[in-house]
Design a protein around this ligand. Structure first.
Ligand code: ADP
Ligand code: TYD
Length: 213
């Protein structure tokens, strides 16, 4: 039915909010599938372990294509069938992560190119609503316990994360009707409340029925 995505830098609070939203929807009897990217299918999870392995050296172009491969598989194998069954799909990261990290952070491809590339990878599937949790990289790093046990991506330097943050902000400016920016410094309950109220309105617009409460 609809595809909802959460975006932001590592440690911004996406997974916490995605979990809260999924739990609340299920409590109200909604059929919801919850995925994370990269991941969510057998192949995509295997690609994930390659991408996050700190012992591997991965060229920036290979990295871009591996994230895309993981997404193409997830879309075909899991997301499209779930949407066709009328489910709500909640995804912790989706193609905006590639725009922000590979396009903005790694700067290996042009902005417009990477944006049009997504349509090929997903066969034109776009998120209906995206929640972008904004938080500065220093605070996000503190929340990640100062980088203890950092995966391959999280070992990127602070300049990389600043470029990722700028790229996310640019995306939000370019697509204000899809992307809702949230201040990640707010409390967990507070943010969950804003997401819930917003999604109720989105569901009402998409099908004329909002979950109660
Ligand atoms: P992400 O999925 O973006 O990496 P997480 O949801 O895993 O982030 O959160 C990272 C850490 O920050 C966790 O320890 C989590 O409990 C904490 N956290 C999440 N949201 C908030 C918030 N709004 N305020 C303070 N701490 C938070
Ligand atoms: P993950 O643990 O899922 O994210 P988080 O740390 O925010 O909870 O790790 C996924 C990592 O991969 C994260 O550093 C962001 C990065 N990534 C990209 O660089 N490009 C992409 O397209 C996606 C989906 C993720």
């Amino acid at each position: 039915m609809i595809l909802v995505t959460f975006e932001g830098i590592d440690g911004s609070g996406k997974s916490t909010q995605a979990r809260r939203l999924v739990a609340r929807l299920r409590e109200r009897g909604r059929a919801v599938d919850h995925f994370r990217e990269p991941g969510g299918s057998e192949l995509s999870e295997r690609i994930r372990s390659l991408l996050l392995d700190p012992d591997l050296t991965i060229h920036a172009m290979s990295e871009l294509l591996l994230f895309a491969a993981a997404r193409a598989q997830l879309v075909e194998e899991r997301i499209r069938p779930a949407l066709a069954e009328g489910k709500i799909v909640v995804c912790d990261r989706f193609y905006d992560s590639t725009t922000a990290y590979q396009g903005g952070g790694r700067q290996i491809v042009e902005w417009d190119w990477v944006r049009s590339f997504h349509a090929r990878v997903t066969g034109g599937l776009q998120p209906d609503r995206t929640y972008l949790i904004r938080l500065d990289p220093e605070e996000a790093l503190r929340r990640r316990a100062g980088g203890a046990d950092a995966d391959r991506m999280e070992r990127s330097d602070s300049g990389f994360y600043r470029r990722v943050v700028r790229a996310y902000d640019r995306l939000a400016e370019e697509e204000p009707e899809r992307i809702l920016c949230l201040d990640g410094r707010r409390g967990i309950d507070d943010l969950a409340g804003v997401v819930w109220e917003d999604l109720r309105a989105v569901l009402e617009r998409s099908q004329g029925t909002a979950p109660s409460g």
